[in-house]
Design a protein around this ligand. Structure first.
Ligand code: SAH
Length: 452
């Protein structure tokens, strides 16, 4: 250990990293709670501005023992060293700091007693241990080293049950996992989608085209775990951080699972985006309709609509006259259309296009939406999209964000264009991890005496 310095953590920043001041500069580190004192060593090079905790010298009363044995290594969770109540307080604080300029920020709504085992999308990577056994887990946060995980605290338990079967099958048949460097082996990842009732999609991602045992493995999974409703083989031999390749082969079942949200059944395929926490998604969508006062006279655009969950739940709960969803991913649009048809909606349409391009064209065609719902990726709404929004002048905006920092940036832009936040509510969609979802409802406030 080189030279260490004694510092005190003052707060968490927008990425939920621990921050402290030192020599008139702000540094960030991992795992310290506000108020805690520690000895740290400073990092350099590409990690300049960051520090490594060597020893905590003053421990916060809020610190608890993490429930997970691989917590420090894995990097999937960030709040297992404190109580859930305190985690919610810290998430509220971060949201308030970022968003208070735009209106009152409510306390973060949490999951209550059952804040574990909620993740309905699970991804496991396969590797060979030093002893030659098949292991599965997640890559270490800072390296390409696999951290074996047999029981994750935030994932649905169906996934760990099936992974046990897959690991055993591969060991029994002496099938080594795919190795990115040698380009040999078979399976490299397994992706799961799990519905509220436990219906499970298993997607086996294989690095080689030839996998003769594929049907036998699918049979074994389905026989041992009747909750598995479909098994897909996906081919991906690229050196990439993307889990899935483009090619699928259905080995069993229909190739998708269905899940129910607000009484509507949704079709979810391996390639589509679906909120990872079904219970909280339902809560946030219901609140969005209630708090925005969306009603039967509204014509609505759901931008970045994914498989159409918000569009359909909002159409059902509000009775809105017309609802259009726009989404870039064709697989998600197909899922949305299919679910809308099965649910009997006749006033809904889904369009496979860039949200900004679609809205600009809609303005060109003299269309008007009274409400625009937007739920963009972490990078926030695109500039061309937001510019088109303010040009169209919808009376209401419902912004659902998974990144309060880009939400703040976009709210600043909208505030300058007469949109005022009526309500800002954080929801803990991702308990125990460094993420938070925020619902923001805005209305257009023309200046007194002005025509628009
Ligand atoms: N509203 C959905 C999905 C939100 S995730 C839900 O709650 O389930 C964000 C979605 O935006 C993803 O499905 C992604 O494919 C889509 N997306 C990303 N960039 C886009 C763009 N420029 N135009 C339209 N959709 C986009």
């Amino acid at each position: 250990m080189g030279k260490t310095y004694t510092i005190r953590c003052t707060a968490l920043n927008e990425n939920f990293a621990s921050v402290f001041s030192f020599n008139n500069a702000t540094f960030e580190t991992k795992g310290l709670l506000p108020g805690e004192k520690a000895e740290v060593s400073l990092l350099y090079g590409k990690d300049k501005g960051r520090a490594k905790v060597e020893k905590i010298t003053e421990i916060s009363e809020e610190r608890i023992n993490p429930v997970c044995p691989v917590y420090e290594k894995c990097g999937g969770c960030s709040f297992l060293h404190t109580s859930y109540e305190n985690e919610l307080r810290l998430k509220t604080e971060v949201c308030k700091k970022l968003l208070s300029d735009f209106g009152e920020v409510a306390d973060c709504t949490g999951m209550g007693e059952n804040s574990f085992h909620y993740r309905n999308k699970v991804h496991a990577t396969l590797s060979l241990s030093k002893k030659g056994k098949v292991t599965s887990g997640l890559y270490e946060e800072t390296s390409h080293q696999l951290v074996p995980v047999t029981e994750c605290q935030i994932e649905r338990t169906e996934a760990s049950e099936v992974m046990k079967t897959i690991r055993k099958f591969m060991d029994d048949f002496r099938l080594p996992p795919y190795n990115e460097d040698t380009r040999r082996g078979t399976l490299r990842h397994v992706l799961f989608r799990i519905s509220k009732t436990g219906e499970t999609l298993v997607c086996l991602v294989c690095g080689t085209k030839i996998f003769p045992e594929k049907h036998r493995l699918a049979d074994e999974i389905v026989k041992k775990h009747p909750f598995v409703k479909t098994v897909i083989l996906n081919f991906n031999n690229k050196k990439t951080s993307f889990v899935l390749g483009d090619k699928d082969e259905i080995l069993y079942g229909p190739g998708y699972v269905t899940d129910e949200l607000c009484g509507i059944r949704f079709r979810i395929s391996a390639h589509s985006f679906y909120q990872v926490n079904t219970e909280m998604a339902e809560k946030i969508y219901t609140d969005a309709v209630k708090l925005s006062g969306l009603g039967k006279d509204d014509t609505v655009l759901d931008a970045y609509c994914g498989i159409g969950t918000i569009a359909m739940t909002a159409a059902k709960l509000s009775g809105a006259k017309e609802m259009t969803g726009v989404e870039l991913n064709p697989a998600a649009v197909r899922d949305a259309r299919e679910s809308a048809k099965n649910a009997g909606f006749t006033n809904l349409r889904f369009i496979d296009e860039d949200a900004g391009d679609f809205l600009s064209a809609a303005i060109g065609a003299d269309l008007h939406y009274s409400c625009i719902i937007m739920d963009p990726p972490r990078s926030g709404a695109g500039e061309n999209f937001l510019s088109a929004v303010v040009k169209m002048k919808p009376e209401k905006l419902i912004y659902i964000s998974c990144n309060p920092a880009t939400l703040a940036r976009d709210l600043r832009f909208l505030a300058g264009k007469k949109y005022k936040a009526e309500c800002i509510r954080p929801y803990d969609m991702f308990p125990h991890t460094a993420n938070v979802e925020v619902l923001c409802i805005l209305s257009r406030k023309p200046a007194a005496g002005s025509k628009n």
